[in-house]
Design a protein around this ligand. Structure first.
Ligand SMILES: Nc1nc2c(c(=O)[nH]1)N[C@H]1C(S)=C(S)[C@@H](COP(=O)(O)O)O[C@H]1N2
Ligand SMILES: [Mo]
Length: 210
């Protein structure tokens, strides 16, 4: 057998063994097709945007009664919250037991009056990334606009100064470097969704691609 052939057979077996081990350790907390990672991979399209806290804003616009713009100080003046959760990336890694700090999505949404027809949201990031969520998925309990992880401020590559954390959906929905939410009355695909990622992305239903 060639070296290549051996590698091709051995590697999938190792993967299955690892998935079995992960299944024993994490049980029902591991969605189908995922494996646990100890580190924290950095994944994004393009380069890390340059952000200045003095000019940073979180803009709430679209189907709202009046647009709202929060400065960094105004975000920090909102009630500070924390969340403990597992995250699942569509590239098949899951990272367990994350401790996030930030502001509950509900407390940010409380700052804006939505028009009744607003049912969907496009998240916009510094650097141009977008991802879409239903208003229901965005406002699910436990979702956070996070500025810290593991007791430390977010690092630049993980979304400093602030990222969204929506742990019940695949992690591409958790936009890093968030700069605005645009409220919509119809479902529109964001960046990865327009390249064939699933429009919703529930890891428990393996909604990876459409
Ligand atoms: N702004 C921005 N946010 C993003 C992305 C991106 O390319 N740009 N990639 C998404 C994807 S595909 C994943 S898996 C996670 C990765 O987050 P991490 O680098 O903190 O692990 O960020 C998501 N948020
Ligand atoms: Mo991803």
């Amino acid at each position: 057998m060639t070296a290549l052939g051996a590698a091709a057979i051995v590697r999938p077996m190792a993967l299955f063994q690892r998935r079995d081990r992960d299944r024993e350790v994490y049980g029902d907390r591991l969605p189908a097709g995922q494996k646990a990672t100890e580190g924290w991979p950095v994944l994004h399209y393009g380069s890390i945007p340059k952000i200045d806290l003095a000019t940073w804003r979180l803009e709430l616009s679209g189907l709202v009664e009046a647009p709202v713009s929060l400065t960094w100080e105004e975000l920090l003046a909102l009630p500070q919250a924390s969340a403990h959760n597992d995250i699942h990336c569509v590239t098949a890694w899951s990272k367990f037991d994350n401790d996030w700090s930030g502001v509950a999505v509900a407390d940010v949404l409380a700052r804006v009056r939505l028009r009744p027809e607003a049912t969907q949201v496009m998240i916009h990031s510094y650097g141009g990334y977008t991802t879409n969520l239903s208003l229901a998925d965005l406002s699910a309990a436990g979702n956070l606009f996070a500025h810290g992880h593991g007791g430390e401020p977010l690092t630049r590559e993980h979304g400093w100064p602030m990222r969204l954390v929506v742990p019940q959906l695949y992690f591409w929905k958790s936009a890093k470097w968030v700069r605005g939410l645009v409220f919509l009355d119809e479902e529109k695909p964001g960046f990865w969704e327009s390249y064939g990622y699933h429009i919703r992305g529930d890891p428990w239903k393996e909604e990876r691609y459409s």
